[in-house]
Design a protein around this ligand. Sequence first.
Ligand code: ITT
Length: 191
Amino acid sequence: TTLIFATNNQNKVEEIRAVMGALFEIITLKEAGIDIDIPEPHDTLEANASEKSQTIHNLTGQNCFSEDTGLEIDALNGEPGVKSARYAGDGRDFQKNIDKVLEKLQGKTNRAARFRTVISLILDNKEYLFEGVCEGHILEDQRGSHGFGYDPVFVPTGSAASFAEMTMAEKNKYSHRKKAVAKLIGFLNAR
Ligand code: ITT
């Protein structure tokens, strides 16, 4: 099975290839010669994931998948959630998003949070959704330099290290993305 991965985020490509790259051929947008900024206009992860995979499927007619991920913080009523990529504005400086989270959580004792990933697969013109959740908490100060996005402030339940203090293989033992991908693999293998 060959699948186009509808994402502009190279970190996602690397994490997902590490889990399923030996089993399935994954083609990036770049490798497929597609250069577009996929919109994420909706207010749920599901709808945004669907938009991304539908966009690429309409363009190519090929089997493909996408994923949308959000960090949901209980003390912030689930924010940044679906707005995770642009929480502190549209800039490319991701540090601003981290700073905004830490600032809003200052003095709060409830640090509970979770990452949620929704994968949208379009296979033979039908869509399927798969979800993965990783529970954890937000640190007072960021730690570590691996990974991407909010990894330096997120510690998954069962670990003492932040995602950014882990190798990719370690992160993939806990991660939301890995859990969603495991469901995708199970589905593809069961066909
Ligand atoms: P797409 O092209 O796939 O849409 P994106 O980077 O815009 O890539 P999202 O819309 O899913 O991805 O944005 C979610 C944001 O949350 C994104 O800015 C990431 O930096 C962050 N994020 C996603 N997965 C993460 C992870 O595993 N660890 C830390 N931060 C993550």
